[in-house]
Design a protein around this ligand. Sequence first.
Ligand SMILES: [Cu+2]
Length: 549
Amino acid sequence: MMNRDKIMEWNPMHNMMMNKWAMKMDMWNEEDDAMKEHCKMMPNMAWCEKYKSAHSVSPKGREVEQKWEFDISVEWLPEAKPSEVVKLKDGDSYEMTAYAVKQEVGNRVVKRLSYNWMIPGPLLQVEKWAKIKIKLTNKLWIETTLHSHGLRLDDSKFDGLPTDMWGEQKPMKDWESFTYELDFPDTGVFWYHPHIREDYTQEMGLYGNFNVTEENYWNKVDRDEFLILDDFSLDDPFYKGKINKTLMGRFGNIMMINNEENYKLEVNQYDTVRLNLTNVANTRTFDFGIYKNWKKVDLKLVGWDIWKIEKEVMINSQIIAPAERYIVEVRFDQSWEYVIKSRDRKLGKIIVKDTWIRKKQKEFWSDLKESPEEYSFIRKNFQKFLDQKVDKKLRLTIWMKWMWEMRRWMPMWNDGDEIEWEDNMAMMNKMSNSNMMEWKLVDEETKKENMDIDWKFKKGQFVKVEIYNDPNSMHPMQHPIHFHGQRFLVLSRDWKVEKNLQWKDVSLVKNWERVEILIEMTNPWIWMSHCHIAEHLQSGMMMTFIVEE
Ligand SMILES: [Cu+2]
């Protein structure tokens, strides 16, 4: 495929538009990063002459630019450690401190951020219904909070939503501590991350899993593994005063599982392994598959975000949007080197070692179980929910300063694919930042947007929300939409009824897609809903809603 940026470079219309655009901008304004990036990549374009000499080439210019970036020095920093399992019982307390660390990535030693020097942060294993305390201390030199993603907390003040997002926690400054009281009403895989500047701090390594256990809940397997999928970019700076790459979010070119570039899992032949997958990337959607030679192996899908799936199903790959979790089982019958991939990207490998002991399988791996008890109430009332009038309609769109003029000359604003898998418009993306655009959730009834939306519900209510990804938006792309503090089911996608039920807390809404979800309002007080692409959230794509007792 031809590089779109190249097409634009020799397109005279584009050159003309750039002239008009540049004239409109205050070239010496703080907002001129778009031009700076543009001229770095296309130095011979109109208007760039003046710009080059003023900013990006002179050492002095570099100094000015650096001042606004987060510190990247690795001097005195300890090495990042791999994650450890921490088992916590009801009533236990655990202390976590967020620290800067260093790590070798792509043959370079770079600064990262960690919980207790670990990336991923410790895997916190707790039993269902336990109550635990986590005391977090901030030693990051940037404000932070801890959000426990997917937990339906008794008390929303421990949700980590900062006050500037209408939350209840004052952002934690350097050396401050805060104790979170967490409860775990649902079995499954959850995760934690900051809720301030996720685009920077989560990308730098602040994430970890909760494993909420319940005896005899999942199928018996030989191994239970937690795989956190991520991508990392070495070359893009982070700015203190604004969020960059807000158009499509920050894609990385280094793929990592559990913070390792060359992830390797060793298992024995005939082992059945449960893989608990979490996507913590800022924007990348993974298409997870395990390959034997060029063929994808069977995966048994047993659960997503919250609880088991209604009916287990055999698949050979799984799309995983940012913040989603998927639980799959795999049986390895042959000693072989299997490769974990997402489309053309290699994520890691699974080495199956020969064994002389042929294990007797207590149950057939390929048996597909059903869990009707988990969804009995929903199933009984399913038709009623399908017929229920839509309570709220959300439209997903974008507003861009200046860019609207350019749009006319750029009819190919996305691939025509349902999902943008890669940074296909790298230049446009690099030019974009939170000062020049706003991603939007629009309430179709009131036309209110983002934080102006003021939804109110009652505890116990089942609220039907239609989320429509506007095809007429200036840049349609997929958005993983997350609701805090509650759980929901996807009822239909583009009017097609979902056959298999699954409790979730985040769902991907693809390009042009219309998704109907049913949210069970179980936990009172103030909660947030937002796009889980970190750069979209940070450029406006968020709202709050209230659940009354
Ligand atoms: Cu988004």
